[in-house]
Design a protein around this ligand. Structure first.
Ligand code: KG4
Ligand code: ZN
Length: 352
């Protein structure tokens, strides 16, 4: 046993490769990952903060405090799972935005400390670039050009990614993000936070035809989304039921709400592929963990002549592997920042 351990250690030293540490603390997940410079993930630790559930949403001050409590432990675990020491790192990639400023600050400060102590480059990563970079972590990895749908708790964006450094925002939500709509609907139904996965599970046992909800189209011509009207329709539906002394069938409501959101996400993404002539589509962000969304894309993509790439569930929701992989790519392109770099809570991507 001892020999095996020693030879592993020796071979690690012998086969030394550049290694980058990825850190993600933009919202309520504290995550750290180690990836090789070529983007091979060696470890990937995510610590979700359960504390927010009882408040029905993320409490920014609480998120920042929890990140401070666990970040060191999470980073150490990522290094140990990757079987490397902090001395082996050749770069640190950290989410610098968009996100909650107090949460971003924790990851950034930790990343700066490692970069300073080890004299290695600090690479700030845009969280949306991270989600997009999960394209490289799909079972069938893909590089640009591709169309990307990022649907999460904070964003619903459609991009034409013609090259890694050239992405164009084709459409976005005009109000609530898709994940936010799921979470708000769940709250109305008395379900816990985050509501997306709960609605997903309930919907599997429901019949969407039993509840009439409108399809959320702000316009059929452009590639923007709008989900706040759907949320209001659900509110009226529940109010009418209550007035009639009836209770909602949660499974049916969940199925109808999910179908309304997922249908428009699939239709507009495939329309974006058609409009741009790009044949590969990447679907990512927390909402890409939705089972109906995944199966509908797999069904409709090939019918539209499009290859759809969806990361595994773990790489759809917030994680640090996507940040490490994006950071490795940026580092290869020579990008890094000084230790005076600040969090960018409103950092946009691909906007004109
Ligand atoms: O990407 P993510 O982990 O964090 C943000 O950057 O926002 O996305 C979280 C969002 C939440 O709104 C959550 O309810 C939603 O993704 N979500 C889902 C599912 N899993 C997570 N929505 C629908 N179905 C799911 N299975
Ligand atoms: Zn995210």
């Amino acid at each position: 046993m001892r020999n095996a351990g020693m030879s592993r250690y020796a071979s690690r030293r012998f086969l030394f490769r550049p290694m980058i540490l990825g850190i993600e603390t933009s919202c309520d997940e504290t995550a750290a990952s180690v990836a090789s410079n070529e983007g091979v993930v060696l470890s990937d630790i995510v610590r979700s903060q359960a504390d927010h559930a009882r408040y029905g949403g993320v409490v920014p001050e609480l998120a920042g405090r929890r990140h401070i409590e666990v970040i060191d432990e999470v980073v150490r675990e990522a290094l140990s799972r990757a079987r490397i020491e902090v001395e082996d790192l050749t770069g640190v990639a950290v989410t610098a935005g968009p996100g909650l400023v107090g949460a971003l600050l924790v990851g950034l400060a930790y990343g700066k400390a490692v970069a300073y102590a080890r004299k290695i480059p600090l690479v700030p990563v845009n969280h949306l670039d991270g989600h997009m970079s999960a394209a490289q972590l799909c079972p069938d990895p893909v590089t640009p050009p591709f169309v990307a749908l990022i649907a999460s708790g904070g964003h619903t964006n459609l991009y034409a990614v013609r090259a890694w450094e050239s992405c164009e925002l084709l459409g976005r939500t005009l109000d609530d993000a898709a994940g936010e709509a799921f979470d708000k609907a769940a709250k109305m139904l008395g379900l816990a936070y985050p509501g997306g996965p709960i609605i997903d599970r309930l919907a599997r046992h429901g019949n969407s035809d039993r509840v009439k909800l409108p399809r959320p189209y702000p316009s059929r011509e452009d590639l923007n989304f709008s989900f706040s009207g759907l949320k209001t329709s659900l509110l009226y539906h529940l109010r009418d039921l209550k007035a009639a002394g009836a209770a909602p069938v949660l499974e049916d409501v969940a199925a109808a709400f999910e179908k309304a959101i997922v249908t428009v996400l699939v239709e507009k993404t495939l329309a974006a592929a058609k409009r741009t002539g790009i044949r590969d589509v990447v679907v990512t962000g927390g909402v890409a963990a939705n089972s109906l969304l995944r199966s509908l894309f797999k069904l409709c993509g090939p019918q539209a002549g499009v290859k759809v790439h969806i990361p595994s569930l773990h790489y759809c929701t917030d994680n640090a592997a996507m940040i490490a992989v994006a950071g490795a790519r940026l580092a290869r392109a020579g990008q890094s920042a000084g230790l005076d770099c600040e969090p960018r809570p409103g950092w946009s991507l691909g906007e004109a």
